[in-house]
Design a binder for this molecule. Sequence first.
Ligand SMILES: [Zn+2]
Length: 127
Amino acid sequence: MPQSVDFFEALVTAYPCDADHAPLLEDPVHARVARAEDVVDGDLILAAVDWNGADYFNDQYTAHREPYDPTCQCGVCCHLADEPGLVVLLSNGHPWETCDPWPANALVLIVPARRLPVLAPPRAESL
Ligand SMILES: [Zn+2]
């Protein structure tokens, strides 16, 4: 049975001098992996993530969630029409002219629009 898993903040680039990864390095503390279903409007989408690592997009983009329509004629939505699980639309017409459908359980590297709270380090007497 699938279970939800919360991921901790992580720095995921091993290429600190690669220009494609530079946007992440501007704010690496806030980058995190999320399920596509959990991406919300305003999240900055940086990469697709799987067990092989992160596949960075040439252009990061901001999520604009909209309902997924498998009968949409954009030319991309139809490719996920037979997806066995839920499909979500992370963007529609921005930055591309087509939709941006993802399987709901796919992993996405994002900088969340709503930042996680910064936790104070544990106090010495509690260690
Ligand atoms: Zn579409």
